[in-house]
Write a protein that binds this ligand. Sequence first.
Ligand SMILES: [Fe+2]
Length: 338
Amino acid sequence: MLEDQRPGSVYWIDHYVVGTNDLDRWMDFHERILGARPYGQVDERRQIGAFQKLTHCHHGGFVQKNPLPATRGLGKECPRYGFFTRQEDIDGHLRRLDQHQVPHSDPIHTSAEGEDGTVIYWEDPDGNEFEFWAPVHLPPGAMDDCGPLKVGRISHGVYESRDLQRTADFYHRFCALDPNQSSDIPGNTLVLPLAGGARDVYRQAEELGRRVGGRGEWRGLHAALVVRDEDYLPSYRRMWGELSEWEFDREKGLLPEAPERLPARTALHGSAAGRKFKEVYGRGDDFYDWDMNSFHFVGGVPERSSMAVYEARTMEFHMQQLLESQGQGGALPREMPA
Ligand SMILES: [Fe+2]
């Protein structure tokens, strides 16, 4: 089934970026709670942020100039990210959360997102919200390389939508995903199973929260969705054919006017490779859904013939490959992945 998907299907969440007001605190916290390990470069002046390795995924904490808003609380704030865990390890995760005085919920058995399992909601010191998700049935690859703290790969992202049908149409068209039809899912929730076994979840909201990436207020908040590497450019081309480009440069620090009224769109990815990408293709590789949630694609090459575990090919990889094919190897400056 894993290998028999529509072209352009999203398989996994490769990484996400959240905001922080104290990078050293953020790095230390996630080392202790997720078992995160160093990954890539950390800017020595502590002004941009850092990435950390998590199983086969990674995540980022980007330093925000302004204080992040108060969180709306456990299981409420969006975007929110979950991690696969095993049912037999739930007590161990609770003990670790308590040991480090992390605000968390009790374990809750639920099938409200279409699968049976147990969830624990918790938050980091910047008010970013997370979940440990222990499903009854773990998908292949979920716990691969999970490390001594037994935290698996990113299991889901939770976002807000003002129109769930419009969001479902967006995912159907551009991510080749369709809603989970389980009768356990409440009417205010859209669950989009990803081909690898993770999911994206949208909650109906009248007004969108402060932490959503497309407000332009916060640097770099986004998630990366994995498609097969051969679908990487075709997926963008499909999007570019139907969505307009947002001429917004997040690095210039100008806030867009009324971003909540903007349609789904693509935009410049503010890294050196992103600028090169836009120069080559005339379009950006960031994209926004109808509710300011920010994403980009990552290509995945199956390991051992299965997308259960993949080798990630980022936009930086694709741009470097393109430049080398044009005899311009090494033309991209070294920088943090984005
Ligand atoms: Fe990214």
